[in-house]
Design a protein around this ligand. Sequence first.
Ligand code: GDP
Length: 303
Amino acid sequence: ETYKEGMKKTRQSFTDKINDLMARYRQVDEEFFEELEEALIMSDVGVSTVMDLIDELKFEVKRRNIKETNEVKDVISEKLVEIYYHDDDETVEHINIQENELTVILVVGVNGVGKTTSIGKLAAQLKKEGKHVVLAAGDTFRAGAIEQLEEWGKRAEVEVIKQSAGSDPAAVIFDGIKAAKSRNADILICDTAGRLQNKVNLMNELAKIHRIIEREVPNAPHEVLLVLDATTGQNALSQAKTFSDATKVSGIVLTKLDGTAKGGIVLAIRNELNIPVKLVGFGEGINDLKKFDAHAFVYGLFA
Ligand code: GDP
């Protein structure tokens, strides 16, 4: 239901196009596939993903001897879910949380994508699940970032470890690890600065943060979550590429799905970058972050 509601705009644009196609083409033929290809590209599924999908569809249509376009719809859903999982099972969607030891989650992303909000929502969610969560205010660069994280800390009722603006983010995260350990916390979520203008700086800063985390906590960070704004469509894809060069991104938090018709970007990210989407944002409220579910997502596209 959340997916159905949250993906309303994507669904409207997507199903409208598909239904229109079904109405105009009763028989499956080359022209139908060409228009379908166009409709999928318009939904930001990504060109190469669409090519793969169309190839698979053509193969299935032939194999199952499908003649009418209305039968193709189910095959599309099926194939979209398959594209999502590749050869993996559903655990690719899960956040890697350690039992009985400190889990460190590093959160990266460009300013404005919804990084702080998502950290706040995630903290609240994990707290509700009974976890002891601590936040580290590692975005010491953007004006107001520390205060904003503190605001979310209050809302989620979790402690925020901070230093003054402009201080070394790696030092803040070091403090966060120390605090999380001394309080016997389950999860430390680390915010980071989101300036992409200078890729070398970004890489150096993230590398330094990584070194500190790896030194202080064995096998950490357990997750590096990249926050992307779904409304930016293909732009999100190029941000993902840049951050993947700078750090080993293990999962995507895709925000603002409620405000866009570009929900197909989920599939592009997974297929073209092979990074699973783990969380999705459907609004500004504390409960508007959901665990990603590929079945629900595809259902959200067509329901
Ligand atoms: P940051 O600069 O990346 O930390 O971004 P913020 O967390 O400050 O978020 C930027 C804006 O996006 C804020 O107004 C948030 O309320 C809004 N926002 C974040 N996530 C979502 C979402 O899932 N849906 C909607 N509609 N707005 C969101």
